[in-house]
Design a binder for this molecule. Sequence first.
Ligand SMILES: CCCCCCCC/C=C/C=C/CC(=O)SCCNC(=O)CCNC(=O)[C@H](O)C(C)(C)COP(=O)(O)OP(=O)(O)OC[C@H]1O[C@@H](n2cnc3c(N)ncnc32)[C@H](O)[C@@H]1OP(=O)(O)O
Length: 284
Amino acid sequence: MMASTRSLLRTKSLISNLPRFSSNYKCLDVSVNNDNNITTVTLKRPPVNSLNLDLLSEISDVLTDLKKSKSPGMILTSSSDKVFTAGLDIMEMHKPDPERFKQFWYALQDVWMKLYGSPFPTAAAINGHAPAGGCLLAMCCEYRVMVQNFNIGLNETQLGIVAPIWFIKTMLNTISIRDTELALTTGRLFKTDEALAVGLIDEMATDKADALKKANAFFERFEMIPPIARAYTKDSLRGSDIEDLKKNREKDIQTTLSLITQPKVQQGLEFYLALLKNKKESAA
Ligand SMILES: CCCCCCCC/C=C/C=C/CC(=O)SCCNC(=O)CCNC(=O)[C@H](O)C(C)(C)COP(=O)(O)OP(=O)(O)OC[C@H]1O[C@@H](n2cnc3c(N)ncnc32)[C@H](O)[C@@H]1OP(=O)(O)O
């Protein structure tokens, strides 16, 4: 096919599939790049983009819109210049109201299933720290570009909690079994260059603009790949993990609720929250 015909066909299909986004997002900015039709979803919940029920619900909605509109791809990034996301909002887990916690955990499961299993390609432009749930969102994407001198990892054990099995499977899909075991048992946070060395990220960037440029370049790899072939291949690799959670969804919610409400776990969270606050006071 002639290059000009290819580009015309691509433009036509892009116009007919232009995603329509709600302008009502409070915690997200959503924009479509006119050059390649890739959507950039920017997390915008100051100060640290902690993932509470509202933010998770909005991410879930935008992922549904992108799938419906047959988006050619999505980049996930942050409006903060030092935090991609601080992971799950600890306030959703500290002394939780059981009904609210169930909704919160359900929304997290939804986001994981939609992002990890998206038919469209995804990249994370990690322009700040990405602990725990932040690392999870980044690992759900197919490609990760991270700005230098930040931290990323599943540090749950440092908080006295345990990464659920579907978090673990996401890391196993990214780095080796050996590195996953060492990282998880020690709650290791990797500096950007260490993350690159272990394969937790794919590229380093000097700043956010560089990260976005490199993330955009990732999608060029799929220009000549039929989307259906791409999506089926991704599903062959990731689909069984998602099926496992679908089958055990209710049990996962109940188990997490009963573990998180244990007095020892609550004490651990309180201690961790106090550390975060003290850090601020001793820096002042
Ligand atoms: C055997 C028991 C089994 C139990 C099983 C239970 C299974 C449940 C599994 C749960 C899995 C959870 C995964 C998670 O994501 S837990 C969250 C982990 N997150 C972290 O550890 C990150 C904590 N935050 C930080 O390290 C820093 O804030 C950082 C992101 C590096 C940014 O630093 P900085 O820019 O210096 O900002 P501050 O630290 O001053 O923070 C600003 C304010 O934001 C509050 N904060 C920070 N992180 C969170 C968070 N995750 N949730 C809620 N709030 C957060 C912080 O306290 C500051 O608040 P304030 O201004 O009021 O002092």
